[in-house]
Design a protein around this ligand. Structure first.
Ligand SMILES: [Zn+2]
Length: 115
């Protein structure tokens, strides 16, 4: 293990799945989801507010699983605030070694997805 390892983090995980998010199939699916559910699900659920959703989130983290990634029933629309606060909550809980972030990227740097 070298000092290069300190640069490995969510960016690496994001890079790993970046091409999944950049493909036209995902972009189309994302737009379909935002057209279908243009409002943030959490704002309605928790705050009874109507906020335009800008982030399409995977309910079950796809971890690179293409079936989950492209499953329209596995998507929910969120506003940036709820997407980010969900992520922060995960980090605050110290789930760094277990589970995935909201994009389905494993939090553990030792996870084989990150190698
Ligand atoms: Zn929201």
């Amino acid at each position: 293990m070298t000092s290069n390892n300190k640069n490995i983090g969510n960016d690496t995980a994001r890079e790993r799945y970046g091409k999944l998010y950049n493909c036209s199939r995902w972009r189309k699916l994302r737009l379909q989801q935002l057209n279908k559910e243009p409002l943030c699900a959490y704002c309605i659920l928790f705050d009874e507010r109507y906020t335009q959703a800008t982030v399409v989130d995977h309910v079950i983290p796809h971890k690179g699983n293409l079936e989950l990634m492209y499953d329209p029933d596995n998507l929910q629309s969120l506003c940036k605030f709820h997407h980010d606060s969900y992520k922060q909550r995960l980090e605050k809980q110290g789930v760094n070694a277990i589970g995935c972030d909201i994009d389905g990227n494993p939090l553990s740097l030792d996870h084989h997805y990150n190698k």
